[in-house]
Design a protein around this ligand. Structure first.
Ligand SMILES: *Cc1c(COP(=O)(O)O)cnc(C)c1O
Length: 407
């Protein structure tokens, strides 16, 4: 029997309140043999690709990366005086006089985040209201069956969960004006707790993936990886940004602690080179620089909370690597490359990705592992084998809304 990997977080990180909604065991990491062997060529080192299954992390509906973030937000939601609800963003509004009674959030029509917030609300015995923007990205606009797009997939699941759904149109995906909705709720006696899209603007939004870094490091040693002994490259989707940002801050702290515990030992397990964390963007709407600035900000904010006292100096733009070559035609648009990537993973590995995020990540990862960069990296560090981690963040429930684009 495999022993459970206990995640050891250092203080002050270990003291930050967290309400578990994930399974107590780490989400699984397993090898992707077929795409590893087809990615290994005479021009590349041995490529070993693994998947971390964040789509299998929680018993709650449509499990995915947002539950990990929400674990650190729940203590505030249920506290007698929540701090980070809407008042935090708009100080003119009244602070809540008691624990939240309804969670309110926003997203694109097929948003996975809204479903995870709605399921969490129900789990906590609260109501949920979700604001769904029909114009965010191009999923609805380019669907050959927009009426179905607005009913299937995550919209259906949101209804099943009993969330109140309000659809609206806005060309700028960030213009959800929650304030009137929240005021209306307050008027009718509710205590609404606002969670911004993807939970990334939430002050605690980066902590879940900072913790995931420690979880991954524990799994690295259990997996007995070849080569450097750790994942040299980690590919993860970057949408609202706090998933990749959390990983950046968590690994930064971890590597700092490892370095200080074995500063000069040549036998040390300290990696000679920090892990390369690569965020794959999925939307051409905003330029890469916009996302880089946000990810840096979120990583520093999480870094400060977990114990990087000089997060502003310790985490720099050099740590933020975002790739915008695979964004395709639009957020939520399944173009030819995205469709190929979905089919490839399904047909070769029997693994189903989601059409909005992870299909683009897989496309970017396959491209990058076969590029010169891998060969150069392996040569520079004397490695015959390069270990790669693909983070599967969930989202498969959206597939049925894309019935006309996928298959
Ligand atoms: C939200 C989401 C992401 C992006 O995570 P961010 O933290 O918003 O960058 C990736 N994959 C899936 C399936 C998601 O639902």
């Amino acid at each position: 029997m495999k022993s459970r990997i206990a995640i050891q977080l250092p203080p002050p990180f270990a003291q930050i309140p967290r309400h578990p909604i994930l399974y107590p065991d780490p989400s699984p990491i397993h090898p992707l043999h077929a795409i590893s062997s087809s990615s290994t060529t005479p021009q590349t080192p041995l490529i070993s690709i693994f998947a971390k299954r964040e789509d299998q992390g929680s018993p709650l509906a449509c499990t995915g990366n947002k539950y990990r973030k929400l674990e650190y937000i729940i203590p505030d939601i249920v506290s007698p005086r929540p701090i980070y609800h809407y008042h935090e963003y708009h100080p003119t509004t009244q602070p809540l006089q008691g624990p939240a009674t309804i969670l309110v959030t926003e997203g694109a029509l097929q948003s996975n985040h809204t479903v995870q917030v709605a399921a969490l609300a129900r789990k906590l015995g609260l109501k949920a209201l979700v604001l769904l923007n029909k114009d965010a990205g191009g999923g609805y606009k380019t669907s050959s069956a927009p009426e179905s797009f607005a009913k299937l997939g995550n919209v259906q699941v949101n209804k099943l969960l009993g969330a109140e759904i309000r659809m609206y149109n806005a060309d700028d995906p960030e213009t959800a004006d929650a304030q009137p909705v929240l005021e209306e709720l307050v008027q009718s006696g509710h205590r609404p707790y606002w969670i911004p899209g993807g939970a990334s603007l939430h002050a605690l939004g980066g902590l879940g993936y900072a913790r995931a870094a420690f979880e991954i490091a524990g799994q690295e040693s259990e997996l007995q990886l070849g080569g450097s002994g750790h994942f040299d490259f980690i590919f993860v989707a970057c949408g609202s940004g706090s998933t990749v940002a959390g990983l950046i801050s968590g690994f930064k702290l971890l590597e700092k602690l490892q370095m200080s515990s074995s500063p000069s030992s040549s036998e040390s397990s300290w990696p000679q080179r920090p892990r390369n964390i690569i965020g794959i963007l999925n939307s051409p709407t905003k330029p890469r620089g916009y996302h880089e600035e946000r990810v840096l900000r979120f990583a520093r904010r999480a870094g400060e909370l977990i114990g990087l006292e000089n997060a502003d100096k310790e985490i720099t733009m050099d740590d933020v690597r975002l790739d915008d070559r695979f964004v395709g035609e639009g957020y939520g648009v399944v173009d030819e490359e995205t469709r190929r990537s979905l089919s490839m993973m399904a047909e070769r590995e029997g693994v189903v990705l989601d059409p909005v995020y992870t299909a683009k990540v897989a496309a970017g990862m396959i491209h990058t592992v076969q590029s010169e960069e891998m060969a150069r990296y392996a040569q520079a560090y004397g490695l015959k084998e390069v270990n790669v981690l693909f983070v599967h963040t969930g989202g498969q429930a959206a597939l049925s809304a894309y019935f006309d684009r996928v298959t």
